[in-house]
Ligand binder design. Sequence first.
Ligand code: UDX
Length: 437
Amino acid sequence: MRISVIGCGYLGAVHAACMAKLGHEVVGIDVDARKISDLSAAKAPFYEPGLEALLEDVQETGRLTFTTDMSAAAGSDVHFICVGTPQKKGENGADMTYVDAATVGLLPHLAAGNLVVGKSTVPVGTAARLASLISEHQPDAHLVWNPEFLREGHAVDDTLHPDRFVYGVSDGSEEHVAVAVLDEVYASPLASGTPRLVTDLPTAELVKTAANSFLATKISFINAMAELCEAAGADVTRLADAIGMDDRIGRKFLHAGIGFGGGCLPKDIRAFMARAGELGADQALTFLREVDAINMRRRTRVVELTRELCGDGLLGKRITVLGAAFKPESDDVRDSPALSIAAQLQLQGAVVTVTDPKALGNAARRFPELQYVQDVETALQNADIVLLLTEWQEYRELDPHVLARTVAAPRILDGRNVLDPAKWRAAGWLYRGLGRP
Ligand code: UDX
């Protein structure tokens, strides 16, 4: 099939490459000329494992091209909308500027029978609004809402082998003409058994925000338990192991630590609350305020704990922060808890050095006032305290005996609870986890 993908960020670039991998002829469109020139040269504009290899692989077939010219969408059978919906400045709601602009820009290029497929995370009701806009211009085109559940760091695999497909169509019916077309797009993963659910438009939109709210709630639940464990002298990691063995609960997303960040969970729960308010259903989501508050408290807690561990205040203390990305295997620093903590410590008079295998460029653009050092050994030299804030594999594997000779004082705060306390203590370190005795 001929496919256009509008928006080539974390979602769209991966989607375009994966659709070409599935055998389709794909054009990726973005307003950012630098991104397009990178992608055209099979270079990923951000760090995502496997993406660059996939780009090289599919570009050799000639099935994948990139352009800034929206008119290149003309002639495609299916148009995916993959642009961002960031949080509005000064408000909780989602900024719909890019989704609206992408749709309006696409209208003149739509032909009868075309499918417009929304993948961006949007406030419920957006799809119905866009559907009527589209039908005014091209009554024989169809809008489908097909939310994307990919995780950064696993984006290629999540796109090629998703847990499920959700198709939201206007009448919610399997017989809707768009269903068969989208089935053809996803023929290969469907053939290997990926389940597919057909719903109406608002349900499909809500599936995405509900899923992300549930995940955020699960993380904040275990972080609330961490607060309690600290007060009671218990260990939240063993608590999570034990409750996670109940398969109604499950161990995934029960890692207590400095909380969630990134370009999705924080802004999605806020936009969801804002939208619920507009719909007169704000009471239903007041618990998400608490989820957000528990999450933000983690960051303050780490700053306080660092002060406590330093003994005599933060002023002039040399702090080394391991990790800047919001999670490992990503260079994304949007709403990164690690960077937010680093910046708060710096504001309170500490001398903060940050290291990260992939995210230093993005981090330096976001917080230029912090000091960034690529090499871990160098970053750790003469540190008064070390904070592990993003659990990259290489930080999990650090040797406490070797490091004890590099730092000024062997003190470590494990913000992700991934180190073995006994091993670090045996090597002479003062070890603190979060929610652990
Ligand atoms: C998330 C959803 O998982 C994905 O389905 C959706 O499409 C987009 O949003 P992503 O933002 O890539 O994906 O990251 P995710 O792996 O969900 O992690 C989010 C944040 O939660 C990270 O900061 C991570 O460190 C944190 N987290 C995750 C925890 O603190 N504890 C956990 O147990 C799990």
